[in-house]
Ligand binder design. Structure first.
Ligand code: ATP
Ligand code: MG
Length: 327
């Protein structure tokens, strides 16, 4: 495809996250339906061009577990990324619509994500960096694929410069400043699987073990939480000076909640698939091994493909296409 913005007709809004928004579009010349992600980037033209060059690697990412890439282009001041459209949307949207996801489906999700991560790392040395239900997509053919992986170092840097986001799916070692490894993605997968199986985010107010987090209700969302940008912090600081108070008011409360959650992830035992006995023990054991707090003890996606629960998911005859037709 030689993609130009003029050839794309907007059909509908699919959603938006911290980095930008996603629309369902039609590529008029070829009648192809696509998802167009518009990423807001505040960077120099040379950096934008570098990002486009780096995104090119996505043309070589061909796997049944990875969203296909049609192309990317500049539409000042944004970058547009066109990718395969998945008609059932992301898994966060699905569980919010239909409730907790059947554990057989969750097993298939674990299998697909591990296959996708193993492909990205073994073939391209790419670490995903943002595994969460909103980046796992589903379609009516019953396919499960991952999207929004960190192909472009420059893009990651530019987004970090314009918007400092932190994710509640982040592993303890990442929170403590260690570099990303494939094992950080495994932690995020573990958190995501609990969220899908229980139909709620694992660190939330209805969990009795997390009663110390109850006051965070409302500020804690399973999606990325925003930390005030440099500009916002400066503005807050100005406001504070005027009010001659020592702490930031507007951003301050929010910031505290985020720090409390991050501290909780680092210091408290990892969440588990509970109550015990509700799910197959193989599923409990798999989630436990994703959520080992010590990254040296945690397995890689490739090793986890050999886990008993994943072998069951592979052998399972559960019909995802039939399941997709129920919602
Ligand atoms: P964040 O910005 O924190 O990563 P997010 O993943 O929800 O959050 P986006 O990546 O901008 O934000 O995606 C917004 C929504 O668009 C997703 O939640 C998903 O439901 C939908 N979406 C994204 N890509 C596709 C796609 N290829 N096909 C169908 N829907 C998509
Ligand atoms: Mg996303």
């Amino acid at each position: 495809y030689d993609l130009r913005n003029e050839d794309l007709k907007d059909l509908m809004e699919l959603g938006h996250g911290n980095g930008g928004s996603v629309k369902k579009v039609e590529h008029i010349p070829t009648k192809t339906i696509m998802a167009k992600k518009i990423v807001l980037i505040d960077a120099k033209p040379s950096v934008r061009k570098q990002i486009l060059r780096e995104l090119h690697i996505m043309h070589d990412c061909n796997s049944p577990y990875i969203i296909s890439f049609y192309g990317a282009f500049l539409c000042d001041p944004n970058i547009c990324i066109c990718m395969e459209y998945m008609d059932k949307g992301s898994l966060d949207g699905i569980y919010k619509r239909i409730g907790a996801i059947d554990i057989d489906v969750v097993g298939k999700v674990a299998l697909a994500v591990l296959e996708g991560l193993t492909y990205l790392y073994d073939v391209h040395r790419i670490i995903h960096r943002d595994i969460k239900p909103s980046n796992i997509l589903f379609n009516s053919q019953g396919q499960i694929k991952i999207c929004d992986f960190g192909v472009s170092g420059e893009l990651i840097n530019s987004i970090a410069d314009t918007f400092v986001g932190t994710s509640t799916y982040m592993s303890p070692e990442r929170i403590q400043g260690a570099h990303y490894t494939v094992k950080s993605d495994v932690w995020s997968l573990g958190i995501s699987l609990i969220e899908l199986a229980l139909g709620r985010f694992p660190f939330s107010e209805s969990d009795p073990d997390d009663s110390d987090l109850s006051d965070l209700e409302g500020t804690l969302s399973p999606n990325t939480i925003g930390i005030p940008t440099k500009k916002e912090r400066e503005q807050n600081a100005k406001k504070d000076k005027r009010k001659s108070k020592g702490v930031s008011l507007q951003g301050g409360g929010m910031m505290m909640s985020i720090l409390e959650l991050l501290q909780h992830i680092v210091n408290e035992p990892a969440p588990r698939l509970t109550p015990e006995g509700r799910f197959p023990w193989e599923a409990e054991d798999f989630v436990d091994s994703c959520l080992l707090k010590d990254p040296d003890a945690r397995k890689t996606p490739k090793d986890l493909l050999k886990h008993a629960w994943i072998e069951q998911a592979r052998a399972s005859t559960f019909d995802l296409e039939a399941w997709a037709s129920t919602f």
